[in-house]
Design a protein around this ligand. Sequence first.
Ligand SMILES: [Zn+2]
Ligand SMILES: [Zn+2]
Length: 376
Amino acid sequence: MSEKVLAALKVAPSTTELREMDLPEVPPDAALLKVEVAGVCGTDVSQYRLPLRGGPLIMGHENVGYLARVGSLFASHKGVKEGDLMFLEHYLPCGHCEWDHMGEYRHCAATEWFYDPKAIRYGYTSTDTAPALWGGFSRYLYLPLNAVLHKVPAGLSPEQAGVATPMSNGIQWTLIDGGVGYASTVLIQGPGQQGLCCVMAARHAGADRIIITGTSKDARRLEVATALGADDVIDVDNEDALARILEITGGRGVDVIIDCTVGAGTKPTLLGIEAAKRRGGTMVVQGEGNQEFPSFPIGRLTRKGMTLKSARGHSYRAVELALHQLASRRFPVELMTTHRFGLADVDYAIKSVGGQGAPGAIHVSVMPWELVRDGA
Ligand SMILES: [Zn+2]
Ligand SMILES: [Zn+2]
């Protein structure tokens, strides 16, 4: 009889069950990751509600753990050994396209799980695909040779390293895509974990003025934003956001806008266009939740000479920079890591990120080797 591993499986929309799965044999070109921490993000909240696209699914795409069983070829090819603490990207790239050679695995066709049913991505691939262990809400994960791993710098705990996913997005969208640097003026919309990581990236890079917006529900998150380096917070429910931004910037507007408000409709995009400086601003938009945009002011965008970019995932380099930044302990990141749950509470953990569970959640972690935790 083969060894078993405990995992939390999504068996239907918004329904999770604990199940014992077979622990696979590890061939020379593969490894197993003993998952220490699996982060829960906003994408999980929307994905959790959707129907299954096949058999039951182990979610969890923000994973940190120790290499447990490492095949000889995997070890020599990757330069790793058993016991190494690794951060795992959720992409499983083809390994030979132009994007992969640039570390832009998010653009590799092989990682497009949404369009290609055969594409494998951690946290999104069903247990129908052998050997089933494709998500972090499980005690072990399967690593084929094309898994993308980063060594966690010494001194960082697995939970601290778990923040590398939102932090790498913050670095990608703010610094690499948004071009924020010394003396920039930045508007960040949405104080969730992504927006807060954008604040830290902008602060670290030397931005002059960092403005962040949220709603009345976000009061605590806006306090955390201030502690992490935001200069001005705006509650869009109770203040005229555009008037405040123009007042703060002396009527000039901001250089860069990063919209991290998924599902807030078209308002943040319209605010971003108006808040941009007279010419040449850049707006980075996380627009996956918006299907339609009637009367998009393309003329206004053109007259302002703006550049519009999409905020979607991160490059290999952004993850390395994120781990480096976390290891520097420059920011009180622990203000963001609000909740941790055991494997039996995956359902509640996801709901907490969606605002339907434990109050005050910002960054939520699942610790698969514990069954139940009190949440805090
Ligand atoms: Zn995510
Ligand atoms: Zn590729």
